[in-house]
Design a binder for this molecule. Sequence first.
Ligand code: NAD
Ligand code: UD1
Length: 359
Amino acid sequence: MTILITGGAGYIGSHTCVELLNNGETIIVVDNFSNSKPEALNRVQQITGKTFRIYDADLLDKKQLREIFLENEDIDAVIHFAGLKAVGESVAVPLSYYRNNINGTLVLCEVMQEFTVKNLVFSSSATVYGATDQVPITENSPLGSTNPYGRTKVMIEQILGDIAFADPDWSIASLRYFNPVGAHESGLIGEDPHGIPNNLMPFISQVAVGKREELHIFGREYNTRDGTGVRDYIHVVDLAKGHLKALEKVTAMKGMDAYNLGTGKGLSVLEMVMAFENAANKTIPFRFTEPRPGDVAVCYADPSKAGSQLGWQAERGPEAMCKDTWRWQRNNPSGYDRKTLTVYKEKTPRHEPVEFFNS
Ligand code: NAD
Ligand code: UD1
């Protein structure tokens, strides 16, 4: 199959590119690099030994997107990762989030419709369930969100449902990710947040590597095993593999459906800190601070629908999540900024859509 991947240079996208290439698929990446580096794609090529077309393009640019579809007549399906994802930022600049995430998806779907490419896998999020404390969370839990980022995901799911309803040729899987963590076991690709990480795992690993002094644990009086927040952390490689299963599904069925991608098991902040300390053989200094506004005590998935309908389940536990994160962080203390790895200039794609293999 030929799969177009929006946001393929990002954290989850790059890991999914690896799994797709290793599975023998042809991929085409479209990314504007607003939250990623081209180097991530060099590394994908390094891991897999395979090349692919890369377009430095913005989804909001319909003309350019049409050209990409014109140049690539053989696209069978699209995996749509591209979007802005920082909750706090979305509260500060909601218009940017609505414009980028909603308009980007509308433009993509319009172009897909025009070129009769109607198989889509969409990156949704557990954030669509809002601040529920009913666990485990099934796909039938009520939708709602507490911030503009989350609302873009809810709205996009509604839009995609309307598209699939209006035209029964569409086939759409919306994947609701729980808490993606970890990195590829090669240590070549991983999460590379800009500035101070918002999420727990990148913060812990930056403390471990000496970039940050101590972890602040948000709240110690939640009604949980040890008083700290519980989440469903899922290894990014398991998550990436879920996209291959979802692709099988969308190419075999019609309509739209949503699937939780999580492990079904909750881990507390303190349990995660301990798992990381063991994996990295490091002490993670921390102190307790006030709870973060908007946080719930416990959130974990019921992933049984993905198990029965996609044939997918998570395989990697906390040890692999922490070991792989640590390998990535230790090898790349400045993320992709330190270009120490081989690039594949001589193997750039056939039509040379963009020239940036130039480190
Ligand atoms: P990421 O920021 O690492 O990757 C997103 C990619 O999309 C980036 O490479 C960015 O440059 C690109 N992009 C953004 N807007 C674009 C546009 N208009 N045109 C072209 N490219 C654009 O994020 P990620 O963690 O890999 O997340 C991927 C998707 O999964 C996002 O939609 C995110 O909302 C969703 N998601 C992520 C998490 C998480 O914790 N990482 C959890 C749930 C859902
Ligand atoms: C965050 C997002 C959510 C997104 C999810 C997936 C917020 C408010 N929510 O949720 O929309 O879908 O990531 O990636 O940003 N913690 C600390 N110290 C830290 C960071 C986190 O104690 O420095 C705690 C949190 O309070 C929480 C747990 O660690 O209990 C996990 O936090 P985080 O990684 O930010 O994920 P979510 O809170 O699930």
